[in-house]
Design a protein around this ligand. Structure first.
Ligand code: UTP
Length: 238
């Protein structure tokens, strides 16, 4: 079973905490031990936000800010590599070919951002499509996809399950509203729709929740199930 795991920066590195990184690495190693081929895509977190904020004050343009963000995601990728034992490609992949090659060799591949104008949400979706993953998991700081921003609206309702097209429909208005941050960005949602990619969006603050979702399909987040797809039974197909 091929799995792409997107570890949001707010999940892996809200601030630098080696224990948190080690707990996520342990889950990735356990999944590999259960026979999963794995690509991990890591976000920038609080450190990226600090750098981007400082550079913005210094007059950097948006592309330069994105480049700084990408550099920080790659440093976080190195942090996760450092926490993983044997079996990980020691160099964070710079593109999908490198990640795909490493995964084909049987290594775990870790990568950060690849190009300005997007976030690592989109990188994870593209990598999942590239390696024809069975499952894409977004470990985020939200516990699923809601019909409105739960931080803004007490009436927001969480979806247990959506089709990829419904996911795009839910994300589009969130992307239009300044200040509303969707748990998965629009580029990623469109890639998931294009690929018909089975996806789980869950709260990744507890790394064990990721393991349960991948191995047993147990989670309290949102399943994105392609149109015409069966009920999510990927965990039984290892
Ligand atoms: P993140 O993927 O962590 O962005 O990449 P985010 O979603 O804004 O952060 P969190 O998860 O909510 O904390 C950090 C930054 O790196 C740049 C963007 O500027 C992004 O905001 N980036 C990342 C790119 O420009 N391209 C990429 O492929 C990835």
């Amino acid at each position: 079973m091929r799995v792409v795991l997107s570890l949001g920066g707010s999940v892996l590195a809200p601030e630098l905490d080696p224990d948190r990184v080690a707990r996520h690495a342990a889950v990735i190693e356990r999944l590999a031990g259960e026979g999963c081929s794995l690509g991990a895509v890591v976000g920038g977190g609080g450190v990226a936000r600090e750098y981007i904020g400082a550079a913005r004050q210094l007059g950097a343009n948006e592309v330069q800010l994105d480049q700084i963000g990408i550099d920080v995601t790659r440093i976080n990728a190195r942090l996760l590599v450092a926490a993983l034992g044997a079996g990980v490609d020691p160099t964070p992949a710079h593109d999908y070919d490198e990640a795909g090659d490493a995964i084909r060799r049987g290594d775990i591949s870790v990568m950060g951002g690849v190009m300005p104008g997007q976030t690592t949400d989109a990188v994870a979706a593209a990598l999942a499509e590239y390696i024809d993953a069975d499952l894409l998991v977004y470990a985020t700081n939200a516990d699923g996809i809601y019909d409105a921003d739960p931080n803004e609206s007490d009436d927001a309702v969480k979806f247990d399950e959506l089709t990829p097209t419904e996911l795009v429909e839910v994300i589009v208005p969130m992307s239009r509203d300044a200040g509303t941050s969707a748990p998965v960005d629009l580029v990623a949602a469109k890639l998931i729709e294009r690929a018909g990619m089975r996806t789980v969006v869950l709260d990744g603050s507890d790394p064990d929740a990721i393991e349960g979702a991948v191995l047993r399909g147990e989670h309290t987040g949102t399943d994105v199930v392609p149109e015409g797809g069966d009920r999510p039974t990927y965990w039984a197909q290892r």
